[in-house]
Design a protein around this ligand. Structure first.
Ligand code: ZN
Length: 255
């Protein structure tokens, strides 16, 4: 029960579940306030804290989902927190161990002798509201990792929406040609995959032609330098975008 295994077990008991009050709320901001425990924050700080919380959680979830994707193929079961993202971000495992050092696990014995262990952010570790918002995001991400059906969580390659599959992806069946939400899937099947690929290529060619004239001799081989500039923008997109090489630049020079 040590480490992260019990992380999702928030303190039980009347009124202690962080989700219970949120269920009746229909306003997203209200839900976020409950989930991330921002109710007590001064109202002028809340919007920034909400934004910090949601972007930190999104970045973690994206990194985790991307760890199971390569070259347009997704294998949710291969998602791996030790994965090193190509944009130089640190692997999730390092982010989690930093969090664990700042917020060591807490254990409480129930009346029946069972233990509850959780790793909620320690109030002393995060005095700054934004820091606490980031830590709450990490805490909820850890809860997600602890959730038995976590592999069902997917992100649409077309519109970026997150969705839950009604069935778990099969272990021996990778998903080829992209992952799409129902709305995008209905828009045009295989054609849409091709469209999405060519849209990405078009976008990359646009970036390449933006920086093509900015090249100067001292910057080295032109195609390699242009590829490097394109990749700087590629890494801000989901992993399915794929980086380019100098050869790719040469191939699309006329485009
Ligand atoms: Zn979609």
């Amino acid at each position: 029960m040590a480490g992260w295994t019990g992380a999702a077990q928030a303190p039980q008991g009347p009124g202690k579940s962080p989700y219970a009050p949120a269920l009746g709320a229909c306003d997203v901001e209200q839900v976020l306030d409950y989930v991330a425990e921002f109710q007590d924050l001064p109202s002028e700080i809340r919007p920034a804290a909400r934004l910090e919380f949601s972007s930190a959680l999104r970045a973690l979830v994206d990194q985790w989902i991307d760890s199971g994707k390569s070259d347009g193929t997704e294998e949710a079961w291969k998602r791996n927190i030790k994965w090193q993202p190509p944009n130089g971000q640190k692997p999730i495992v390092e982010t989690l161990s930093d969090y664990g050092r700042r917020n060591p696990p807490h254990a409480e014995t129930r009346d029946d002798g069972r233990f509850d262990i959780w790793m909620l952010p320690a109030p002393s570790a995060s005095k700054s509201p934004l820091r606490r918002a980031r830590d709450m995001a990490l805490y909820h991400f850890v809860c997600l990792l602890d959730y038995p059906r976590r592999e069902r969580l997917s992100r649409c390659d077309e519109c970026g929406t997150y969705f839950f599959r009604s069935r778990a992806p099969r272990k021996d069946t990778p998903i080829y040609h992209g992952t799409f939400c129902d709305r995008c899937k209905n828009k045009g099947g295989a054609k849409r995959t091709v469209d999405s690929r060519s849209r990405q290529t078009k976008e990359k060619i646009g970036w390449a032609s933006d920086c093509w004239p900015k090249w100067m001799k001292w910057k080295g081989l032109r195609s390699a330098w242009v590829a490097e500039q394109v990749n700087r923008r590629v890494v801000r997109h989901p992993i399915c975008w794929g980086t380019v090489t100098g050869k790719w630049v040469t191939r699309h020079e006329q485009d």
